[in-house]
Structures are given as structure tokens and as C-alpha cells.
Design a protein around this ligand. Sequence first.
Ligand SMILES: Cc1ncc(COP(=O)(O)O)c(C=O)c1O
Length: 405
Amino acid sequence: MKYGDIDFDTYLKTHPDKNGYFGKYGGAYIPDDLKKAMDEITEAYFTICKSSKFISELRRIRKEFQGRPTPISYLERLSAKVGHVQLYVKREDLNHTGAHKLNHCMGEALLAKYMGKKKIIAETGAGQHGVALATAAAYFGLECDIYMGAVDIKKQAPNVARMKILGANVVEVTDGLQTLKEAVDAAFAAYLNDYKNCIYCIGSVVGPHPFPMMVRDFQSVVGIEAREQFIEMTGELPDAVVACVGGGSNSMGIFAGFLNDPVEIYGVEPLGRGPKLGDHAASLTYGSEGIMHGFNSIMLKDENGDPAPVYSVASGLDYPAAGPEHAYLHDIGRVKYGVVDDEETIDAFFTLSRLEGIIPAIESSHAVAYAMKLAKEMDTGSILINLSGRGDKDMDYIIKKYGIR
Ligand SMILES: Cc1ncc(COP(=O)(O)O)c(C=O)c1O
């Protein structure tokens, strides 16, 4: 399918280019030493992703360890509540460890093993990426350091406990706002010190090349499965696909399956407390071009051009940029990006739980809230939502802050 000048038949093979660019976004803006380390990772990735041994090992892990394919569920009662549109969810909450993050963590850790690295390190916001990476480290027998902001450590206590039980070392980050951006800064600094022995397993489609490409490729299993399952269930494609966007990994995963189809695609950003800078983390909606954490993308900046402080009720979404591929898909118009605020999100969290017996992660609740609004605007048709994770990690926090609704 052609969209403007872009041929989506070959898009996933031709994007990014060999230097890691999606149009003007992406690249690797890092010191020379680190650039060498990234080049090694790129070379190793291109070698193993063509190797039948690696592909069959990853397939086996996905089936036997992760429990893939995850199903699609039809939301009968929620669909009836919002009107005439049929709503469906891709159940990444049923992926082992409760979110989509394990899809790229098992791939990244398998790559680390192949490269002979002893340790994997990463940042985490909501703790889902940290738990997934700690799980992968335990599975492959690797050491694991997870950097996490002090605020998120308090907010996501169950995930901190899980990481520790799995044998990971959780490093508390007390700089700045003590959330996801500072955790990324700290993990980057640690990686710079020890890049020969470890791999920084980035938690989303962000960071320098090859991470935005590699994480998207590992996550694309979600979209590939979802497309086939949806057609099998309904005989047709969905009219729209909706996913939340923090850095953008769950969304790129499901979008990858539908970019070449006549399907409307929506990414949902967190509007938090409102549109004032500092009250939200809707980088594509309100941001502008800039470089951060080694890549060029669209980001929220303060008056000095540095990454702005951001806020969202969802720890996994409060990052001041989105991955470079999202910036590109935003600019060419193939994906539309919208926002929902904290209140709409909490409302969707309780509505999905009550009507369907599925407690969603607060991050995923953003996608559910947006789909509910979109369904009211559409007369008929179907919407497939990526339910990126389960909400067990958020229950204590939500009950304390909002009570039972
Ligand atoms: C359940 C869940 N969904 C979504 C996200 C956002 O990340 P991404 O935009 O990379 O999918 C997170 C991040 O922690 C998460 O835990």
C-alpha cells in the first residue's frame, strides 16, 4: 500500500536506513567509544536475526516460556456501553510477566548471550521492563542491574519486589524528578563505564540506533499475531488500531502488523493533569524536534532546550520524547496521535475491570479510554486495542489515590 510517497509493502525492510534514520529522526548521537559498541550490537543483530538457530530459539521461547500467541478478546459489554462499534483487545497482559515488555527483553538477552556479555542493564519506569529484563536475565543466567527513579520505586513497589526476587540489583536514582528520564540518564552513564562487559537493554523504541529498530522488530510479533487472529475471528481487518505511547514499543509492535493495510492507526499520549508544560508527557502532540538520550526525535523541551519535566499518572508513560519512528509516522500522517488525561484513564481502568473482568495497567488504560471516545465518534466498525499490560502493579496506588469507584 502506498501512503504519500512511501511504499508500505517494503516499509519495515527499508526503515530505518542503514544509519538508523526514519526520515530525519533516529540516528546515534553518542560518544565515539559508545558508537563502536552500538556498531557491534548492530552487526551482531543483523547476523543473528538471519540465523535459523536464533529464529527457532526465539520462537521456542515465545511459545514455551512466554505463552505466546496471546489471544484477542472481544469486549461485548464495553462495546454495548459505547454504542455500535465492536471493541477488541490484544491480550499482552497475558504475556508472561504481565506486559508486552518481555517480547523485546528475551530477544535482547538472547543477543547479549550470543555476544558473550555477562551482564544486562536497563532503566525502568513502571517496573514492567525491569521485571521483564530481570526475568530474561534469570532465564539466561546473566547478571542484571535495573535503574529506577526513587518516586517510581515507591509507586511500583510490587514490581520492585519481583525484580529483587528474580535476582536483579535495583539501583535507586535520586536525581531530578526521580522518575523515568533520570533512570535513563543513570543507566546510560553506567553503560558508558562498562560497555565491554554488558549490554544496555533499552526498554522501548528509543535510544541510539540500532535500538529503535531492534525493539520494534522484536515487538512486531504482537502485530503479526494480531492481524492473523483478527481476520480469523471476524473475517476482516479492524477499522482502527489503538495503542498507548510512552517511548512507543507496544504501539510500534502492534502498528507494525497493520501499517500496510487500509486501517486507521492511533497512538495515545498521556495528557496527565492538562496541556501546560510539566503537567503531561504528550511529546508528539506538544513537542518539537530535538536530541536526547542519543537519538533525534520529537520531544518536550524547557526554555533552555533541555528535556522538560513531564508528568503522567502512568509511570511507564512519563518520558519527554517518543521513539524516532513515531516522530516519522506522525509527520507523514500514517499514524494519528491523540491524548487522554488522568481522569479519563482512571475511569477506563475501572470500566474495563467492571464490565469485562480485565484489570488493565494504567498505561494500557490510556488506550482503552481513547478507544471508548473514538467508538462514540464512529458510527459502526471495529477497534482493536493493544492491552499492553495488566494492572496488578497499579492497584494499591489507584485505590490510595482515587479510592474504589
Ligand atoms: C504496561 C505498559 N504499557 C505501556 C508502557 C509504555 O511503554 P511503551 O510506550 O514503550 O510501550 C509501559 C512502560 O512501562 C508499560 O508497563
